[in-house]
Design a protein around this ligand. Structure first.
Ligand code: FES
Length: 112
């Protein structure tokens, strides 16, 4: 497993950017929803671009959705499903995530 960082660095309604795996180009997004940490690949299902609207900034003003900076699609934090926007019904790629000793851990090759 690859260690991304401390789980307590992700407050409820916030997001954290993580780098790509070694040799990769596409990183990850960590969010906390209802107390649970979720990790998604930072790639919009519409065009495959990164989602950040500013460096490491992903969430809408209410902290309820990840927003794609390119066309504004909104993805639910709980499951990454787009519930508003051009890719309605598509979803972000979720990453298997474990919390080990307070650290967010994902498979070595998570990301792209
Ligand atoms: S590239 Fe994300 S909504 Fe179009």
């Amino acid at each position: 497993m690859r260690v991304l960082g401390p789980a307590d660095a992700i407050a409820e309604g916030t997001a954290v950017a993580y780098p790509p795996p070694p040799g990769g180009l596409i990183g990850l997004i960590g969010v906390r929803h209802s107390g649970d940490i979720k990790v998604f690949v930072n790639s919009c299902p519409h065009l495959g671009v990164s989602l950040d609207w500013a460096a490491g900034r992903f969430l809408d003003e209410g902290g309820t959705h990840i927003v794609c900076a390119t066309h504004g699609a909104r993805f639910r934090l709980e499951d990454g499903v787009c519930d508003r926007g051009i890719c309605l019904g598509d979803r972000l790629e979720a990453v298997v995530t474990q919390i080990n000793d307070g650290m967010v851990c994902v498979p070595e090759d998570a990301g792209q």
